[in-house]
Design a protein. Structure first.
Length: 105
């Protein structure tokens, strides 16, 4: 598998689905599955029965994984951009296609 274009900690924008337009940071990246978990986005509600670890039970909100193609990296001005790889000083770095700026990661 090639290097990850979107990594943990990256600011991203959701491009499609019920949360289209929302922004957040990647809390977990799953490159083998091609999915990411974004904070505050794609929140699913789980109905939990009371148990010993959770005697109250009730509704539990969980951030569900979403496909990596549904998110795009956010530039400094908050617009979505694609990611390109370039070799600078003998190192492979991520570069924002729209602005050409290097992505720290």
């Amino acid at each position: 598998m090639s290097a990850a274009k979107i990594k943990k900690g990256d600011p991203v924008i959701v491009l499609s689905g019920k949360d289209k337009g929302k922004t957040g940071t990647v809390t977990k990246a799953m490159p083998k599955d091609g999915k990411v978990i974004v904070s505050g986005v794609n929140v699913a509600t789980r109905h939990r029965k009371p148990s010993q670890s959770n005697p109250q039970g009730g509704l539990e909100k969980v951030e569900a994984p979403m496909h990596i193609s549904k998110v795009a990296l956010a530039t400094a001005d908050g617009k979505p951009t694609r990611v390109r790889f370039e070799t600078q000083d003998g190192k492979k770095v991520r570069v924002a296609v729209k602005t050409g700026e290097k992505i720290d990661g």
